[in-house]
Structures are given as structure tokens and as C-alpha cells.
Design a protein around this ligand. Sequence first.
Ligand code: 5GP
Length: 114
Amino acid sequence: MSTIFSKIINKEIPSDMVYQDEMVTAFRDINPQAPTHILIIPNKEIPTVNDIEADDEAMMGRMFHVAKKIAAEEGIAEDGFRLIVNCNKHGNQEVFHLHMHLVGGRQLGRMLPR
Ligand code: 5GP
């Protein structure tokens, strides 16, 4: 099932894209929660973490490597940042195309409320 993220990958709708290769695409979140808020997504349509397969391992590694490179380019690597992947209802996932949030540029709160 395609989502709006497939249209962003294919450039059918505009986005503030910061990176794209044959495996992954990265673009700024439309509703940023911090000075840097970038989504890193597989080009392949994978709805949730539950749908990842063994063949996707290289792509998953690419997502982390691209996150590292973008964090450095954004100038937030040394101060630090957070990578978040939400899954399904309890994770409050809203868009069912796997994505990693790269969030930083300010002091973030605790990961989870106590
Ligand atoms: P989730 O809650 O599924 O982990 O996060 C989905 C994210 O996608 C949200 O942070 C939301 O702001 C972002 N988002 C939803 N639609 C669009 C869009 O059309 N363009 C961009 N750039 N971000 C989007």
C-alpha cells in the first residue's frame, strides 16, 4: 500500500530532500519537532519494522550510515541527536512507510516520560 512518502521518493510531490541514493531517501519533516528533523526512508515500500526481511539488512545499514552523514552535515553530530523509529499503534506511527526520524539541534527531553 503506497503512502505519500512514495510520491516524495518519486518527486511527484515536492519535499525538502537532503539525500537520495538507490536504497534510501532523506527529506525534512513537514512538521519539525526540533531545528533539525529529517526523515530517512527506504525507497522500497516497507510499511513497518514488523515487515522488514533479511534481504533488507543492507538497506537498514544504509539508513544508519546516511543518518550519521546527515547529522555531520547539519552540524549536530558532536552535540548529539536522536534516531527514532515508531511502529504501529503503541508507537504512534502515522505514516505506514518505514522511516527513521533524525532529530537534533537542541537539548532533547528524556526519551520517554516516566
Ligand atoms: P510517524 O508518526 O509516522 O513516526 O511520523 C510521520 C512523520 O511524517 C511526521 O513527523 C510528519 O510530520 C511527517 N510527514 C507526514 N506527511 C508528510 C509530508 O507530506 N511531507 C513531509 N516532509 N513530512 C511528512
